[in-house]
Design a protein around this ligand. Structure first.
Ligand SMILES: Cc1ncc(COP(=O)(O)O)c(C=O)c1O
Length: 360
């Protein structure tokens, strides 16, 4: 299985003989404001509890997530990153065939293939920022019956939102065939008002996957969750290994969910900085930016410039890591994705983009 992800600061640091903390990582999309202030001290105080087993039922964390998302505790499960949920899907929910709206997170395909599912990658159009339309979905679902459809809101790497009418259409078509809709909303915290989480009350075939790793900067602690009908949630829980979520991750989640001010500040900051960063990049000759709705930007390099792999190498030698998107099926060689970081770091990247272009 080929694993290509952003964020491998350890591998890069080793190659460059640097400390991982010295790498300016634009390849993994982690909130530049994270973690929330006070988290480190809170976890330091909780550390003695790490000698005991974690709460096997994740009681406090689940209660708080249910309160946060205005649903019942039976509609929530927590996991060791949302990736764990993706890997539970085929066995726990009996998925033998799936349609993945592509380009998308590579672990959907990996997890399903590992479980010997038949997988169709449905290539969404660049003109709709790689989100499906009603016609697109109808075209596929009229030809084949699948156990599940996987898609994301906002999607990655483009960061585009799914429109409500299309999602309702997908839910309608899937209901008629008894298929599940898995909606990845791991980046929706950056535009929470656009989440479709309330639909879990009216659609028992909808499972929403969310994460706390991106928005709260807990990627190394691992913390994700799913929202769905009590039936889907209990099936997923049955297949999950015990103590999947360690004590510090549980306490980190509990602490973070109480930080209302941090959430508001982040959303405002990221929205403003994403716009400013995108405008600066657009002013550099040869780069086209997708506007996005989360904390990352998809950039297309003009054909007259070298591919993203060359830019990746150029920046790597300067201690900067970007996500070359050529491994995303259908994107080709000239796309890269970058996280929105702090203004001075974003400006540094733009300076290097100028240098790159001036060398051609
Ligand atoms: C779209 C998408 N979904 C899910 C994940 C998994 O995130 P995590 O396992 O850290 O919750 C990622 C990670 O990069 C992602 O980009």
């Amino acid at each position: 299985m080929k694993r290509t992800h952003g964020g491998n600061i350890y591998e890069v640091a080793k190659k460059l003989r640097k400390d991982p903390s010295e790498i300016l990582d634009f390849s993994a999309s982690i909130n530049p404001m994270a973690p929330p202030p006070g988290l480190e001290q809170n976890l330091f105080q909780k550390f003695p509890l790490a000698r005991n087993y974690p709460d096997i039922n994740n009681t406090e964390l689940i209660s708080l997530l249910a309160e946060t998302h205005n649903c019942s505790t039976h509609q929530v499960m927590v996991a060791n990153g949302s990736t764990e949920i993706i890997y539970l899907l085929p066995h726990a929910l009996g998925i033998r065939s799936a349609l993945i709206v592509s380009p998308s997170f590579s672990e959907y395909e990996n997890a399903l293939m590992l479980a010997r599912c038949s997988v169709v990658l449905a290539q969404a159009s660049e003109s709709n920022e790689f989100q499906p339309t009603k016609d697109f979905i109808s075209y596929y679902l009229e030809q084949m019956r699948v156990d599940a459809v996987l898609l994301a809101n906002p999607n990655s790497p483009a960061g585009a939102l799914l429109d409500e009418e299309t999602l309702n259409w997908i839910l309608f078509l899937c209901k008629s065939t008894g298929s599940l809709v898995v909606l990845d909303e791991v980046f929706v915290d950056f535009c929470e008002s656009r989440s479709f989480k309330t639909l879990i009350n009216s659609h028992r075939n909808l499972l929403i996957i969310r994460s706390m790793t991106k928005f709260y900067g807990l990627a190394g602690l691992r913390l994700g969750y799913a929202l769905g009908s009590p039936m889907l949630i209990s099936k997923l829980k049955k297949h999950q290994p015990p103590w999947s979520i360690n004590t510090l991750a549980q306490y980190a989640g509990i602490y973070c969910l109480k930080q209302d001010g941090f959430r508001e500040k982040t959303i405002k900051f990221v929205e403003r900085e994403r716009r400013r960063f995108a405008e600066k990049i657009e002013k550099t000759d040869g780069f086209n930016v997708y506007p996005g709705n989360a904390n990352f930007l998809l950039v297309k390099i003009s054909d007259h410039l070298p591919p993203a792999s060359t830019l990746h190498e150029f920046l790597l030698n300067r201690g900067i890591l970007i996500r070359d998107c050529s491994t995303f099926p259908g994107l080709g060689s000239h796309f890269f994705r970058i996280a929105v970081r702090k203004p001075d770091e974003n400006d540094e990247l733009v300076t290097h983009l100028h240098k790159f272009v001036s060398l051609i």
